[in-house]
Design a protein around this ligand. Structure first.
Ligand code: NAG
Ligand code: NAG
Length: 391
């Protein structure tokens, strides 16, 4: 049997039986957009002295041993995806821009996500009367602009974008999660739910227009994570804490908040389905972060989390070990002994342990539509096989 037919047989087996495999996957680079859930260091280059969140110990303590711009104790979902694909951690755009990271690294991808980023532009929040901080200046549309600016370098073709098609066929795009910070404004201000229902459709149309722009630039595979169950988020739980037990589900999460974000995710998936019809050759993968994370609170033992799963690891007192005036990173606030027993790291962001489980849910396909492995093969099939099916 020739090596190419052995390869074909291997792919066929994978398709038919979904046999786990060590096959080196087809992606050679990752391009990502989003907020602090995905930022691997852009924040390092653009933080405001008044707002050093995530850039002080104990951030980064578990894996990198020092703060590095990631808003967690260690690796993020995107880091685990990179590891799985055999790629280096995705370098932050601002590192390239500031000349700290060499341009030769661009061939493995670029991360445009910035902690604090919103989906909607800052003027939207200003018009609503919110005190929008500078981070909403790095909205996902601004990030897309950065990506377009450096296309000639990414595609290795100074004058035309001719090289992009080839590069993007083997690229893995991640758009999101995004929107958590948009909702942060009204949620922290305790604005009635009705008033920010209008946000959802605006945020979703912003996300879909970013995806469309990428697909128009010949992107093939785009992972779109949905919203987290913010009703389990300790900062939200603290703001809306109530003695009314009816308001909580069995995992201790606020039902009405989670119902809102479940609906948001349904709307997002409807729009993703529409995009799949418009771009039948694209591979748009929805990642269900909502149900993935909800399970952590419902069956913590199954994931190795401890009994106090609703409390955060790095915080200072209160029902959820979260105190807005003494947050993780403030002096005197210490982290827990074993972060792997916790889902929440600082009240907003999750621990490396939680991000690892979310990544597993994506890569092993339980929480993606369509399944991740199948989608990977699809892009090999269309990119390489149709060109030269039986060499
Ligand atoms: C956002 O950027 C614009 C243009 O660069 C600037 O004028 C504005 O002050 C920035 N907004 C914030 C909140 O920093
Ligand atoms: C939160 O932190 C502030 C400042 O350290 C403190 O005064 C307050 O009592 C704390 N609240 C709780 C619930 O621990």
């Amino acid at each position: 049997m020739s090596s190419s037919s052995a390869y074909l047989l291997h792919l066929l087996l994978l398709l038919l039986f979904n046999v786990p495999s060590t096959i080196t996957c087809c992606y050679t680079s990752i391009f990502s957009f989003g907020d602090s859930i995905t930022d691997t260091g852009n924040l390092n280059f653009m933080y405001l002295p008044a707002n050093p969140d995530c850039l002080v110990p104990p951030y980064g303590e578990t894996y990198f041993q020092h703060p590095n711009g990631r808003c967690s104790n260690g690796r993020l979902v995107i880091d685990f995806i990179a590891e799985y694909l055999g790629l280096p951690y995705v370098k932050p755009y601002m590192g390239f821009k500031n000349g700290v990271v060499g341009r030769e690294n661009m061939k493995h991808g670029v991360n445009f996500a910035v902690a604090g980023a919103t989906a909607l532009k800052s003027d939207f929040f200003e018009q609503k009367g919110f005190d929008a901080d500078a981070s909403s200046n790095y909205s996902i549309t601004v990030q897309l602009g950065w990506f377009k600016d450096i296309l000639p370098s990414i595609c290795n073709s100074p004058s035309t974008l001719a090289g992009c098609k080839e590069v993007f066929q083997s690229s893995f795009f991640i758009v999101g999660p995004i929107g958590g910070n948009d909702f942060g404004y009204p949620l922290s201000g305790k604005i009635p739910l009705e008033e920010f229902k209008t946000y959802s459709s605006l945020i979703i149309s912003t996300i879909t227009s970013v995806i469309r722009d990428l697909l128009d630039l010949d992107a093939v595979t785009v992972l779109v994570p949905g919203s987290f169950p913010f009703g389990c988020n300790p900062s939200i739980l603290t703001i809306y804490e109530t003695k009314d037990e009816e308001k909580y589900d069995q995992g201790g999460c606020l039902k009405w908040i989670n119902e809102f974000f479940e609906h948001f995710n349904e709307m997002l998936q409807t729009e993703i389905n529409r995009l799949r019809e418009l771009y039948p050759h694209a591979n748009i993968i929805y990642a269900d972060y909502f149900n993935s994370v909800l399970q952590f609170y419902r069956s913590p033992q199954q994931f190795g989390f401890g009994e106090n799963v609703i409390k955060v690891c790095c915080g200072s007192g209160g029902t959820y070990n979260y105190n807005e005036t003494a947050m993780c990173g403030s002096s005197g606030v210490i982290s827990c002994d074993d972060p792997s027993k916790y889902v929440g790291w600082d009240g907003y962001h999750l621990t490396e342990a939680a991000y690892r489980w979310i990544a597993k849910g994506i890569l092993h396909g339980q929480y993606t539509t369509p399944k991740f492995s199948a989608s990977c093969i699809k892009s090999v099939t269309s990119a390489d096989f149709n060109k030269n099916p039986m060499k």
